[in-house]
Structure formats: structure tokens, C-alpha cells
Design a protein around this ligand. Sequence first.
Ligand SMILES: [Zn+2]
Ligand SMILES: [Zn+2]
Length: 107
Amino acid sequence: MSAPLTNKSTDRSNLAVFSFSFYCDICGKEWVSPPVSFDAGGFSAVEHKETYQMIWEQEHKAAFEHANLEAHWHFNNCPKCGKWFCDNCCDMKGKDDNGLCVECAKK
Ligand SMILES: [Zn+2]
Ligand SMILES: [Zn+2]
């Protein structure tokens, strides 16, 4: 499993739905990934609990990778400190959009 994009992330998944939260490294603003339903690999009935669990874990992992990738579109990466931050924490004062976070822009 890849490391979560942001410092803080939460797994909101349950047995039926996969969803993950990612938080802005600066202000902690939450972004929730669109929920993905668990479809048991397309099988209508899975007899064994172990098999079911195994499929769930696989889909859970895949759903996380997908959400983690999608999080790149919702957060900006500061070229200076490497933090992933939300649009609210983006420095908009500079004429050039150099994409610094507000913390680095202050310095
Ligand atoms: Zn923020
Ligand atoms: Zn920064």
C-alpha cells in the first residue's frame, strides 16, 4: 500500500463501501474520496468468509490507491516544504503563481 498523500488520512471504509479522508497538511481541511461500493469481485454470493474477507481486502487496497491518486487533484504540493495543502492555504498574493503554501510565502 502506498503512503497516504497527506500527513493525516482516515479510513472511512466499512464492509459495504470504501471511502477515505485526506486532510490538508496546513489547516487540516478534509477531503473525502467519492465512496466506492464493495461488489465482492462481481460474485453474487461468496460462500467462504475467508474468501470474502480476502476479496474485500484486495478491493479496499485498490480503492485506497485510487483515492490516494485522486487526492493529488484536490491538494497542491508546495515546492519548498513539500507539504500537500488545500486551495485555502495557497499563496495567492504573489503575481506569479509559484504554488507556495501560505507558510512558506510568509517567510
Ligand atoms: Zn488548507
Ligand atoms: Zn510550503
